[in-house]
Write a protein that binds this ligand. Structure first.
Ligand code: GLA
Length: 384
């Protein structure tokens, strides 16, 4: 059933707006966004469908097919307190709109349904935030840009969900472009699109969900802040690798120094990777992806045995340019860039290897780079 019909069945009226917000996969530039560095994600064709309609009575109702057992969750506009459930994400977004100077005047009914695996590091939270934000913009004709929606989503997640995430995920979901990755400077929000050429993008899900992911994430942020303070810079990624090497002794804590080394070199790899893509040098781009994985494993320590195994096994398969863990880490997925002709062989090899090692078959998604969130009003829905 499509999202409009599902909405109508549940709420006994057609939605006024509906659409899709994508998840994302990051090709390179991991744990650099909150260090003022570059990231290089693309929006993907897995994401969250959303349909919504205004209500006159000042009540918000939320339903998610993915959290069906929670039923319809209700919040009056007069009391948008969090309830410690999935609907805190859209509620956080509504509260963030107010904080950005766009108070939402009425209530609304929402229906969400996603095909992103939960907790797999493909930004299901950001897609939910961006879906809610884009639907609110359309419903109430709020003059926000997609970039602002990304910032609103990030604010909601930082302030109300308690994860001190950077801007990458929301930005990719709001601003992606079909066939392209987005090279984003997370410090200035300047960005450019880079075509992915003919390479295939395959995501392998380790199936590992790390329950400590958000607390460890926040801890990494603190370690990087301590390192930046020790060196006397606002953000680690403002340093070149040479500058870092000449100043690193100021970071006396060895753990913080390793974290900083990752951030500084990963930022450089991201710049070099974008340059390699401009020259259509996919082998070089893949080599940088592999180095990124090693740094995340050894210096940043956000990988795990399953991700290490998947990346290392993938890197040996013919036709694969590069393979690395993607997203925050501690489980989730690897991203694999390869020749189109290698995909079928890759899938059977990696499935068999993982099954042999860990006794279970990983889920695999062959994805392509997509446009950012798109929501249409009812008239457009009828005509499309
Ligand atoms: C999570 C965060 C992003 C980014 C990545 C790591 O996905 O939400 O902001 O920091 O981890 O690169």
């Amino acid at each position: 059933m499509n999202i409009e019909k599902a909405f109508e069945k549940l709420y006994n009226k057609p939605p006024e707006v509906s659409g899709f917000a994508p998840g994302r996969v990051n090709l390179i530039g991991e744990h650099t966004d909150y260090n003022g560095g570059r990231v290089f994600p693309c929006a993907i064709d897995l994401g969250i469908f959303c349909a919504a309609s205004r209500r006159e009575d000042g009540v918000f109702r939320f339903f998610s097919k993915n959290f069906e057992s929670a039923g319809i969750v209700e919040y009056p506009l007069s009391d948008l307190s969090l309830k410690n459930c999935w609907a805190d994400y859209p509620i956080g977004v509504i509260r963030a709109f107010s904080a950005f100077g766009y108070p939402i005047p009425l209530g609304a009914d929402f229906y969400f349904s996603g095909d992103l695996p939960d907790g797999a590091g493909l930004s299901s939270s950001a897609a939910l935030e961006v879906a809610a934000g884009t639907a609110l913009k359309e419903l109430f004709s709020i003059p926000v840009t997609p970039q602002e929606i990304a910032l609103i989503g990030q604010f909601a997640e930082n302030r109300f969900i308690g994860v001190s995430c950077g801007i990458m995920d929301q930005f990719a979901s709001a601003m992606g472009r079909s066939g392209h990755a987005v090279l984003l400077n997370a410090d200035t929000l300047e960005y450019e699109y880079a075509p992915l050429g003919g390479a295939a993008l395959v995501i392998v899900n380790s199936g590992v969900k790390h329950s400590l992911a958000s607390s460890a994430y926040n801890e990494r942020r603190r370690e990087c802040e301590a390192a930046a303070n020790a060196i006397g810079v606002r953000a680690l990624c403002s340093l070149t690798p040479d500058e870092f090497e000449s100043k690193k002794r100021l970071i006396t804590d060895s753990v913080c120094q390793k974290r900083a080394r990752h951030a500084v070199y990963e930022n450089q790899r991201t710049l070099d990777g974008a340059e390699a893509l401009r020259r259509s040098n996919l082998n070089e781009f893949g080599r940088l992806m592999n180095l990124s994985h090693a740094s995340l494993r050894d210096d940043y320590e956000v990988s795990c045995a399953e991700l290490d195994f998947l990346a290392e096994a993938a890197q040996k398969i013919k036709g694969v340019y590069g393979s690395r863990m993607t997203g925050g880490g501690f489980g989730g997925c690897t991203v694999n860039l390869m020749e189109q002709s290698a995909v079928e062989h890759f899938i059977s090899e990696i499935k068999a290897a993982y099954k042999g090692q860990f006794g279970r078959t990983p889920e695999i998604y062959t994805v392509s780079a997509q446009n950012g969130a798109d929501m249409r009003g009812n008239d457009d829905i009828q005509h499309n």
